[in-house]
Each structure stands twice: as C-alpha cells, then as structure tokens.
Design a protein around this ligand. Structure first.
Ligand SMILES: [Zn+2]
Length: 304
C-alpha cells in the first residue's frame, strides 16, 4: 500500500541483471504471444472447445468465456487480450479510447533476422492493433476511471516507446481530471528491438507516476500472467494498491538467469502471485470475477 515504493523498481534493477529482454526471452515471448487464446485449441475442433492449460481438461469454450476466461474446473486464469480485458473490467459500452492511432517508429533501423518494422507490420495486420497497449476512459461499477491495458497478443506485450508514451499520457489525463488510474500489466518486458528507447520508458513512466502521486492521485496496479522484465521493474510495482491474478508469473528476469547469476537454487514458485503476496510485493490476490468489485471498493475507500 505504499505509493512511494519507487524502491521496488530500482532496487530490483540493482540486484538483478540488466532489464533487457534477451533474444531467448523474446523468442519465447513471440511463441507465447502466438499461443494466447489459441494454444488451447491445438488438435481440437476449431472454436468450440478449449483445453485448459491448468488442468488439461477439455471445456466448452462458451462456458469458459462466460466465466471470464477462467477454467470452471480448476480456476486457472487464462491470458486475455486487452480488448477482452477491457470488456471484462468496464461497465458495458463505457470505454472511450484515446491514442489508438499511436504507432511505433523504428529510430534505430533495427534488424535481427527480420527488420523490426516488418515484424511490427505483420503483428499489426494479425491483431488489428497499432501496439501492445490500449488506453481510455471508462466506468467501473459507475466510477469513472482511466484504464490502461497491456496486450500480450501484440509482441508479447513488450514495452517500447509507444507503450511508454501511452501509459504516460494515461497518467497525465488521470492527473488532469483527478480520476483513479488502473493499469493492467501483462508483458514479457522491455522491447529489445527498441533498445535504449525501450529502457527509457521505465524512467519516464515512473517519473510520471511520481508526479501523479505528488498530486494525490490513486493508482491501482493489476498484475496479470505474465508480468516480467522492465514492466515489473517500473510502473507495475508502483501502484498505491497492487492486485495480482491467482498464480500469475510475476518476476524480473527468468528463473534460469537468476539461478546462474546468484548461483543458488531457487524456491519453487518464487515468481508467482502467491509467493509475492507472502513477501509483501503484492497487496492482494484477486480472482478475475472479483476484480471489478475490488477495484471499486479501493476507489471508494480512497474517496476518489
Ligand atoms: Zn482447468
């Protein structure tokens, strides 16, 4: 419950390897991003049934959708796109989007196996989105908020200049209009292809949040599976209140990198919501069906 917890980002950064996603991380991201909401369909008649990644049982897709993409058997919280998240969180039809047209440039002319701009264009075509973030005004149980949702289906939800700028503008609008700010994080970390530009977004978003905090703003951070890398090391951990979905992967660097760096064995599940709740990094684990009511309770409590 500590808004000035700026220490959690930088201190994590000091004790861990640099917050740059490695090529391996990013390819894992790319794979993971392709698998969101589709991985469950492998080998299964398209569209009707879903295989739960938690309990491996087949479930009728409609039923899972009605259950907010949570498995009705084992309560596994499946990953959802930003669009679906917004639909789940806000009062129906209340989303008033801004900055939808903001799209990435390629100041570095970055090319790995493929030019960055080509990758971006492919992903844009596939997702119909310009980048990995949606921001806008909306209502949660009648309370007006500014909402920012990361989209893991776009480039593994990685944070480049556009994501950083959209978050910063969302914070500034919340400040200007004295509205509660909600950011749902779901990200593989910094976007390697934007290199230093991507890393600067950590400082930029953190500074904007510090100004928002100074102005008495309320920021509720919601951590969804996965929240990692530079996102964890900046705005995701700076909430006045930090909620996490059950069993979400939340961490800075991957377990293998940490184990190699500190040369110690790591406890099981040390990067889950549950572990972070125990160690005080997360304030509450909230089931997806309770997110709306928990958010509105905090807003009322903070008198916003
Ligand atoms: Zn299940």
């Amino acid at each position: 419950m500590n808004a000035s917890s700026q220490t959690s980002g930088p201190s994590a950064a000091e004790s861990a390897p640099p917050p740059v996603a490695t090529a391996a991380d990013l390819s894992a991201e790319a794979n993971a991003s392709a698998s969101v909401e589709t991985e469950t369909k492998k080998g299964v008649p398209e569209g009707l049934w879903i295989k739960c990644p938690g309990c491996a049982e087949m479930e009728f897709k409609k039923r899972v959708e009605q259950n907010l993409m949570v498995c009705p058997r084992c309560q596994h919280h499946m990953r959802v796109s930003a669009a679906r998240r917004i639909e789940q969180l806000l009062d129906p039809g209340s989303f008033d989007r801004f900055n939808a047209d903001m799209a990435p440039a390629d100041p570095l002319g970055f090319i790995d196996t493929k030019p960055y701009l080509d990758r971006i264009r492919d992903t844009q075509k596939k997702t119909g989105e310009n980048d990995a973030m949606q921001t806008g005004y909306g209502f949660v149980k009648g309370r007006r908020v500014v909402l920012a949702c990361m989209d893991f289906t776009f480039f593994g939800g990685s944070m480049g200049s556009v994501v950083g700028e959209k978050i910063t503008q969302a914070i500034e609008r919340a400040m200007e209009k004295n509205l509660p700010l909600i950011i749902v994080s779901c990200s593989g970390g910094a976007r390697m292809q934007e290199s230093g530009y991507s890393l600067m977004q950590m400082a930029k978003t953190s500074a904007a949040l510090a100004r928002f905090h100074e102005a008495g703003g309320l920021y509720i951070s919601v951590l969804a599976d996965p929240t990692t890398g530079g996102v964890t090391a900046s705005f995701a951990m700076l909430g006045d209140v930090i909620f996490a979905e059950p069993k979400a992967l939340i961490g800075f660097a991957g377990p293998r990198v940490i184990a190699q760096t500190i040369r110690q064995e790591l406890p099981d599940g040390f990067q889950t919501s549950e572990f972070l709740l125990e160690s005080g990094f997360v304030d509450r684990i909230v089931h997806r069906k309770d997110l709306r009511s928990e958010i509105s309770r905090v807003i009322d409590y903070a008198n916003k």
